[in-house]
Design a protein around this ligand. Structure first.
Ligand code: NAP
Ligand code: MN
Length: 282
């Protein structure tokens, strides 16, 4: 029985397709070389086409790129992040833990950890609809003049916003740009979106809530620009300049991002502490 199980696991490895995506820093390329060699030695198939597991080597930014490369295959792909610096939010392994990663892949039974992502629909004046997904956030700005947009929640007008921009983030994106905007840090198991203001105008004439809001799953957020001229929309690490934006709709996507469950998965609050607080003096 035991012998049979081992054989089955080895056979499974030969079927498992692994893609590696990395930045071009010498340290990342070195990690990639070692990782590829170890995976081949263990009969994994290395391919960028229809992979079962996608390993990103670099930082959280690299994992964002890996996500977008495979965002149309989210249901069948599991991601793993290897960080070449400090431990990141989307990365479970450090560069010196390659052996541990390969061992975990060998013993892998398909376990995964899943997090919500954001679905963004941008409706343009000519009727074109751009549908995009964000792992961290989508930010709309109008750089040359004050951005004026109506914020609508579940078809009810909430406020007219005037300021630099608005960010809508996922739970895992709450520690990224959202945090710099004064937004709250959300545990990634909370299925919610966070709307954070970027420098809102608040005086006797103009009024916004001022604090960020957290909306539950199934709630729909809409932004309707009052002036339909050029806006800048950033989706994670990509930026679009769009003319004639009529409306933007935000919802939690029906798909999630899946990560390979790792026995050494660091708890979310440890990561937050490690990234933002460090070892404080008593
Ligand atoms: P980048 O400008 O090179 O790096 C942004 C920084 O944010 C990096 O240190 C990155 O970590 C970190 N980061 C990315 N996702 C994170 C997350 N979910 N939680 C905590 N930190 C995170 O840009 P990039 O690497 O391409 O990443 C794009 C992201 O940068 C955007 O989605 C946005 O959230 C963020 N950003 C932040 C600001 C700001 O805080 N003022 C401004 C613009 C963009 P690594 O070093 O591990 O890659
Ligand atoms: Mn980066």
């Amino acid at each position: 029985m035991m012998v049979l199980e081992i054989v089955m696991i080895q056979m499974k490895n030969t079927d498992k397709k692994i893609a590696i995506i990395s930045n071009h820093k010498p340290q990342s390329e070195e990690v990639c070389r070692a990782l590829k060699q170890k995976l081949r030695q263990n009969n994994f198939i290395l391919t960028s086409k229809n992979p079962d597991v996608v390993i990103s080597v670099g930082g959280d930014g690299m994992l964002l790129s890996a996500f977008h490369k495979y965002e149309d295959q989210l249901d069948r792909v599991r991601f793993v992040g290897v960080h070449t610096g400090h431990l990141g939010f989307y990365t479970d392994y450090r560069d010196f833990e390659i052996d541990k990663l390969v061992d975990n892949l060998k013993l892998d039974t398909g376990a995964q950890v899943s997090y919500p992502i954001l679905n963004v629909k941008i409706i343009l004046g000519n009727g074109e609809v751009k549908t995009m997904r964000a792992l961290n956030e989508a930010t709309i700005k109008r750089t040359d003049r004050t951005m004026v947009v109506d914020l609508i929640i579940n078809h009810v007008h909430f406020e007219r916003f005037r300021g630099d921009g608005i960010s809508v983030s996922t739970p895992t994106g709450s520690t990224a740009y959202n945090k710099s905007l004064g937004g709250a840090v959300l545990h990634p198991t909370i299925e919610a979106l966070q709307v954070a203001e970027v420098a809102s105008l608040n005086n006797r004439v103009y009024r916004t809530l001022g604090s960020s809001i957290i909306v539950p799953k199934k709630d729909k957020i809409e932004l309707v620009p009052a002036r339909s001229d050029q806006h800048t929309i950033s989706i994670d690490n990509r930026t679009l300049n769009l003319k004639d934006v009529v409306r933007i709709e935000y919802q939690i996507d029906q798909h999630k991002i899946h990560f390979l469950a790792s026995p050494s998965h660091t708890s979310f609050w440890n990561r937050v502490k490690d990234a933002f607080i460090g070892e404080a003096d008593k």
